[in-house]
Design a protein around this ligand. Structure first.
Ligand code: HEC
Length: 123
């Protein structure tokens, strides 16, 4: 097999770099505030320290079957509409007292709004 000429190799590298950049651009659709959740929550249907957030907007609270929710979360009986998520993320312990999510809350309403818009894309 003949080896690639330098020009061909550069073309090949340019293509590889372009596709890497494209892959990063689509991953960048993740809301920046989601870094505060990603340590505990996946978006792909798998549970971690917290239940997966795939399909969270519109979901019934404590409804991921194989996640061990706290009794407080099981009793909450909420529907995670955008409005309910907004209240919960601002003050998790205020909305579901005694729940087991170790997160103090996100005070900035604009940050919550952008985050919830992102969460609603997780189908
Ligand atoms: C340190 C870990 C941790 C972080 C950080 C965290 N969570 Fe959680 N989250 C949990 C745990 C654990 C639960 C389950 C609580 C329970 O059972 O009481 C939970 C529950 C939830 C629920 C309820 C889910 C359901 O199925 O009813 C939502 C919604 C949620 N988290 C959203 C978020 C969002 C959005 C963020 C980021 C702003 C976040 N969480 C940050 C650990 C975390």
């Amino acid at each position: 097999m003949t080896s690639m000429t330098p020009a061909l190799r550069n073309l090949f590298l340019a293509g590889a770099i372009a596709s890497l950049l494209l892959a990063r651009a689509s991953a960048a659709a993740t809301d920046p505030a989601f870094v505060e959740c990603a340590a505990c929550h996946s978006t792909d249907g798998t549970n971690a320290l917290g239940p997966t957030l795939k399909g969270i907007v519109g979901r019934q609270s404590a409804s991921v079957p194989d996640f061990a929710y706290s009794n407080a979360m099981k009793r909450a009986k909420l529907q995670w509409t955008a409005a309910e998520l907004d209240k919960y993320l601002a003050n998790p312990q205020g909305v579901v007292p005694g729940n087991a999510m170790p997160y103090a809350g996100m005070p900035d309403p604009n940050q919550r709004k952008a985050l919830i818009a992102y969460l609603s894309t997780l189908k």
